[in-house]
Design a protein around this ligand. Structure first.
Ligand code: ADP
Length: 239
């Protein structure tokens, strides 16, 4: 079995801005973003799985777990084989998966969750408004109807929210979702940069980074130097 992908989960209600933050992060060296919804939307809609996706998403429902996880893991594997995603260099940023506790369990053998960024917004109507605007702008059939938006929220509250309880609370960082994208990004990075520094040495250089242990800075820094022959980064050495 391959090593588990070192992963960050972007978590939050529909309309919280997971996709927006994920896309921006995905453009930063050392982060690799994958949205499960995007993978579904890029399927051939006449394929068997494409049809299942349309059937469920058009009602605001989740696609069943087994085909979802299978598609996801095949997709990830293909990305690693093609070298699009480099597990030793990039921190994987997932949004839209896991969507329920069963998916979280199925993902255990594939991912090592290092942090969960919970984009929090207490104003439900504001998020609904975001969804309506996005549906028009991006021509998303699944978000176009009011009843579908409401259904997706109900599914989030009953099935997805409990995912937070599944993981240790120490992994969860709450970030206020209602600021501007740049403000939210600032806070997301405050959470994620230390995680990246702790687990990956030099994302900009594209080097492979051996996994680092959290404590004992001096020893770790030496170990990193020994393995790569290059000086460890300052931020890494500070740990
Ligand atoms: P959001 O607008 O919250 O980002 P997505 O784009 O992630 O929504 O998902 C759109 C639709 O794709 C969902 O309503 C659901 O039907 C399907 N989907 C996406 N991810 C998953 C998943 N992990 N499990 C089951 N269904 C999913």
């Amino acid at each position: 079995m391959h090593a588990r992908y070192k992963t960050i989960l972007l978590f939050g209600a529909p309309g919280a801005g997971k996709g927006t933050q994920g896309k921006v992060l995905g453009n930063v060296p050392g982060f690799y973003h994958l949205s499960c919804g995007d993978v579904f939307r890029n399927l051939d809609m006449s394929s068997p799985l494409g049809r299942i996706f349309v059937e469920y998403s058009s009602k605001g429902l989740l696609v069943p777990d087994e085909p979802t996880i299978q598609m996801w893991s095949q997709n990830m594997h293909a990305r690693t084989v093609l070298g699009i995603y480099k597990p030793h260099v990039d921190l994987l940023v997932l949004d839209g998966i896991p969507r329920n506790v069963a998916q979280a369990k199925l993902l255990e053998k594939h991912i090592q969750v290092l942090k969960i960024v919970h984009l929090v917004c207490r104003d439900k109507e504001k998020m609904m408004e975001r969804l309506r605007r996005r549906a028009i702008k991006e021509n998303r059939i699944d978000d176009a109807k009011e009843e579908v938006i409401r259904k997706r929220w109900a599914v989030y509250e009953s099935e997805t929210f409990p995912v937070l309880e599944y993981y240790p609370s120490s992994l969860v960082a709450e970030v206020e979702a209602m600021g501007s994208p740049a403000e939210v990004l600032e806070h997301v990075l405050e959470v994620l940069v230390p995680v990246q520094n702790a687990h990956f040495r030099s994302p900009a250089g594209g080097d492979e980074a051996p996994p680092a242990k959290p404590a004992k800075a001096g020893k770790d820094a030496k170990a990193l130097n020994g393995q790569t022959g290059k000086p460890a980064r300052k931020a890494g050495a500070k740990r």
